[in-house]
Design a protein around this ligand. Sequence first.
Ligand SMILES: Cc1cc2nc3c(=O)[nH]c(=O)nc-3n(C[C@H](O)[C@H](O)[C@H](O)COP(=O)(O)OP(=O)(O)OC[C@H]3O[C@@H](n4cnc5c(N)ncnc54)[C@H](O)[C@@H]3O)c2cc1C
Length: 394
Amino acid sequence: MPKLTDQEFESYLLQIREFTEGTLDAMQKEIEVTNVFPEEFYQKCIKNNLYRASIPEEFGGWGLSETQILRLQEEFSRGPGGMRMHLHYAMDLNWRPLYDFGSEALKKELMPGFQDRTVFTNWAVTEESGGTGADLHTRAVKDGDDYIINGEKYLISHTDCSNYSYITCVTDPDALKDRRLSTFMVPASTPGYELTPMPHMMGCRGSGHSGLKFTNMRVPKKYLLGKEGDGLHISIHSLSVSRVHIAASNLGMCQRMLEISLKRAHDRVTFGKPIIERQAIRMKLADMATYTHALRTMVYDFAKDYEKDPKGEYIEEKAAMCKLFSIHCTKLVGDEMLEIFGGVGYFEDCTYGPTERLYRDSRAMWLEEGTPTVQRITISRQTIAHEGRLKYNI
Ligand SMILES: Cc1cc2nc3c(=O)[nH]c(=O)nc-3n(C[C@H](O)[C@H](O)[C@H](O)COP(=O)(O)OP(=O)(O)OC[C@H]3O[C@@H](n4cnc5c(N)ncnc54)[C@H](O)[C@@H]3O)c2cc1C
């Protein structure tokens, strides 16, 4: 696949904006009720090259740069949250752990399948009985050349459309906390792999959440990523990049909220004047624009760092900062949007855009890939290590 020229890439972004705000927004109406994506959604994503775009060229993808991937992420995040969640995952966490940590043989076997969704994964870390870090309980015990996995996960996205699962398990309960865990990429067809139901979510409908249960699941060693004990490192590294994709998602959402708020403020007349002429409304728009701009600068500063060195010194810290700041942005921008819209913004089918859905969908990003507290724990650890200094791309 030849690389896209700059002009082709810009046209592609426009195509994706039309796709998300047109086709996908319309499709989401039914999904809000059924909570399931129709097959048509996946087919349209394949047709629009959304599974292929971020995959490295050596495995049949377009090999977009990190900056381009984040710009694309921004575009499709203007659409429905469940689809954003699916595509956000497809762009990165879906394939990156295999690409970064899988054996050459496993990569050769499975990487090409990501570009047309013949391979799609879920990321199974969280457990009801423990934290999301070192204190997990799902256990993998070595048995000859295989591992036997037993345990349970919950709150796991994309379980209805995935045929592989990245499962983080304890392989050595007696090891130091950073060597207790290992990550496996397990075929969902393995006997003993089971989905357990979960209730509907507040927003992001259709993103296929369930629990997972593993009963005496026999997994060949070839599915171990990295070495035994690398699990915590694989999680931290893989989530670092993915957290910035959440920040780019918040950015796309903030930009759309700002644009529809501007339109509404021009059109809505009270006491004989469009509300955009009121200083109180302008102050809100100024804050919305400033937060959105600041977030954009952070996200693309990260992209430059990442393009220079994906394992660079500031990657983990800046990624957590991007995610933490981005949720503050969507909070402020979302609140101001609702206030500018007044009562009509609280209803479905608002003619300017899906205000109430954007508001509900945005809340998932508080939790996906770690709460604000967890981001702060990461940032403070790194800030202390770096003695409060960061390197900027200026
Ligand atoms: C929409 C959505 C999609 C998700 N998708 C996935 C997925 O695909 N895969 C997956 O594995 N998980 C997934 N999750 C789970 C998500 O990663 C967790 O919900 C999140 O990391 C928080 O963990 P928890 O729910 O166990 O909260 P808890 O760990 O119960 O935390 C509750 C509160 O306590 C705080 N807290 C916990 N521990 C500490 C501590 N040591 N110090 C200080 N404060 C602490 C937390 O910050 C939080 O405020 C998803 C969640 C949502 C909502």
